[in-house]
Design a protein around this ligand. Structure first.
Ligand code: CMC
Length: 390
């Protein structure tokens, strides 16, 4: 009560304390639980990072074995969830399918509503099943049968196998592909109080269950200003290529965003006012992965040209707009054979441990229900006029 401070978009409002991710936007620093993103991307596995985010410390070998085995054992998705999936149109965007089916999980595991003591099982289920659900959409878009998970495979190989294995031939995971995916998932694993994570926290703050909270996070991630930007970036780069490849024309359009309504997707960030450290790693990885796989993607050259043109332009310099995580990630996903409409799904698989960690932290620190205030701008008190007299 009393004064309400207005802060549209929460540009300066801290909504919580958190011990999970440290971010310094001026200096371009990102750390999970005190470990630098650069070191984790180079040395850790995605599930190790997931454990670190959720439980606060890197796992011992024994803890890792227990965690990883539990995830392997929960990769199957209830066959009745298939019936829900079968009701979606073939053209459904994989993000709408993903958020709906994760939401449906709360109906299949109703004990999530009273999670005392069962929380770890829901955490394992979500991490284990998200890749399985994600691959259903892709397989069906091809008219192919879905692949059941194979529990003898590690997390990333299992995902790749469900995505790409065909019944007629043996699918072998390319270690270059698996490593690239490992790095991408780690780089997306958490990013403190971003839009989708804040959504997960806000929904969870009413004590809604984990599945419902994560489903809301997936929906928030889908928007083009957030995770949906990775799909938009590739579509934009392809449009520039089809239009003759003149990057300066698009930089000019973006400079006049106010009149043209066009923004450079993959550029700018609420917190980074210096290079996004994830984009730095991903840019180099894009070069490495494409050369190792022998892929020559003209879109990469367009991206580099666009970046250079923008970084040399006063508009972008003055506003401190740099490439963000989404700028180069799509180029790697493409080289790995992942279709454009699945890019944001990949982001969701990566971000899941962060959402879970933040949800868990919120519960453990007994955060109060999230309930922002407002400044009312509507009509003052007036008299009701009966409908016949209006
Ligand atoms: N292209 C052209 N102009 C831009 C861009 C852009 N991509 N981003 C920001 N601006 C301008 C904006 O018009 C404003 O100009 P002015 O000062 O003249 O009004 C100024 O820069 C500040 O922008 P803002 O919109 O007030 O900044 P914000 O913190 O509210 O928005 C953002 C951050 C990421 C939503 C925005 O930069 C954007 O829309 N970028 C494109 C979408 C994108 O790449 N999103 C992915 C973000 S990173 C990963 C993730 O979250 O998923």
């Amino acid at each position: 009560t009393g004064y309400v401070t207005l802060d549209r978009g929460y540009k300066n409002t801290g909504a919580t304390k958190s011990a999970i991710t440290f971010l310094d936007g001026e200096q371009g620093i990102l750390q999970y639980r005190g470990y630098s993103i650069e070191e984790l991307a180079a040395k850790a596995s995605f599930l190790e990072v997931a454990y670190l985010l959720i439980y606060g410390e890197l796992p011992t070998q024994e803890q890792y074995a227990t965690f990883e085995t539990a995830i392997r054992r929960h990769t199957l998705v209830n066959e009745d969830m298939r019936k829900i999936f079968d009701g979606f149109p073939v053209s459904a965007h994989p993000m709408s399918v993903l958020s709906s089916l994760v939401s449906a999980m709360s109906a299949f595991y109703p004990d999530a509503q009273d999670e005392k003591g069962s929380e770890d099982r829901h955490i394992i289920r979500l991490i284990a099943k998200l890749p399985t659900i994600a691959t259903w959409s892709y397989k069906r878009s091809l008219g192919h049968p879905t692949n059941y998970p194979k529990n003898n495979l590690d997390y990333i190989s299992n995902f790749l196998n469900m995505m790409f294995a065909l019944p007629v031939e043996e699918y072998k995971v390319d270690p270059v592909v698996a490593e690239a995916l490992n790095v991408l998932l780690i780089l997306h694993a958490d990013h403190e109080q971003n839009c989708s994570t804040s959504t997960v926290r806000l929904v969870g703050s009413s004590q809604a269950n984990l599945y419902s909270s994560i489903s809301a996070g997936i929906s928030a991630l889908w928007g083009p200003l957030h995770g949906g930007a990775n799909q938009e970036v590739i579509e934009m780069l392809e449009a520039i290529k089809a239009d003759g490849g003149d990057v300066s024309k698009y930089v000019d359009m973006a400079k006049n965003a106010k009149t043209t309504g066009f923004r450079l997707f993959g550029f700018g960030h609420r917190v980074y006012k210096n290079f996004d450290p994830r984009a730095k790693i991903i840019k180099k990885a894009a070069d490495d992965v494409l050369s190792k796989l022998g892929v020559n993607d003209p879109v990469l050259e367009i991206a580099k040209g666009l970046e250079e043109a923008a970084l040399n332009d006063d508009y972008f310099v003055q506003r401190k707009l740099y490439p963000n995580v989404d700028f180069y990630s799509g180029i790697i996903y493409r080289a790995l054979g992942i279709p454009t409409n699945m890019f944001t799904v990949m982001f969701a698989i990566g971000r899941l441990p962060g959402w879970i960690a933040q949800w868990k932290e919120m519960r453990e620190t007994k955060e109060p229900i999230g309930r922002p205030r407002q400044i009312y701008t509507g009509a003052t008190l007036r008299e009701f006029v009966p409908i016949e007299k209006r």
